[in-house]
Design a protein around this ligand. Sequence first.
Ligand code: PMP
Length: 365
Amino acid sequence: MRPVRKNACGTTVPMPETGDFMSNDYLGLRSHERVCEAAAKAARHAVGAGGSRLMSGDHPVHGQLEDALCELKGSPAALVVPSGYHANVSVLSSLTDKDDLIFSDSLNHASIIDGCRLSRAKSVVFAHNEVSELSRLLAEHRARADCAFVVVEGVYSMEGDLAPVEDLVRACREYDSVLTLDDAHGTGVCGKDGRGTLGPQVEDWENTVLLGTLSKAIGSQGGYICCSEQTRDYLVNFARPHIFSTGLALPAAAGALEAVKMLLEGAAPFEKLRRNVEMFAKHLLDNGFNADAASAIFPVILEKENTALRVASALRTRGFYVGAVRPPAVPEGLSRLRITVSAKHERQQLVSLAELVGREVTAWR
Ligand code: PMP
């Protein structure tokens, strides 16, 4: 057994309006009246799906949620699965075969890495967001693979930066590869009306798979895969995490459906989130940190684990709950604060936190 790091569950964090700067509830929808009502109404009928969706666990709400996701992303088809983790593992383990290649960004999320591990294809890792290196690797290796998959995130969960989507689409087109983009942190946060870093502008759904989670800006639980009809059919029949796991719980599906409807209607607080993100980026900059308003995730790199823990703890005593992220979530020597902004935050909270981070980081570094 390896030595145990001091990670533990158990910090009960209050809601954003009272100091939560570590959750991924970017739009505050997990406690929105419409989302809660929809989930509660579904729960009066049943909670669990009762089985795999291939057996008794397929319910009308799953199909309605898939239709709404197709509308949000502009995709011909969608498949809802029990989590974002399931989505990555399903796609990567079932769409690829032993004569294929996966080109994977070096900062991809653990669920993507695990999907690559479960795939029979060989993985080639390229430096984070370096499309020139990706193109060089595609030029070198593409010809010997049956199919090639380029796997990226729309917004990187620990960096908060965006994938260079247009360049990636171009490279995939040039080298006849499928682009698989995990927009877990982009949906509801980026793109026109919060539709994500990629979606309605996709031209070639035969060679694009967009996936993500319903547990962040959508405020519920579950995962989704937006793709062509043919890819969906294939996943339904071959994706083991989909086949052998119980379907998404009905209140979670109904809550997510309501949240997606709010995004489609323009009723979600997307503009407020964008204003908050821009305001916080400006105040972090004013306090001497690098920051841009690309996403709702703001990393403050402190290098040493202890410094990250001490600063996070000092902020907590002042009522600001901020994540101290350490290995294995980030590489050794790159421990950091991970601050997330929500539409529920108020201006004064954002200004005070930026100032306090400035003071505490100077004191502890
Ligand atoms: N992909 C990314 C980029 C994530 O950040 C996460 C969650 N941390 C997931 C997938 C997994 O999503 P879920 O929590 O729904 O399993």
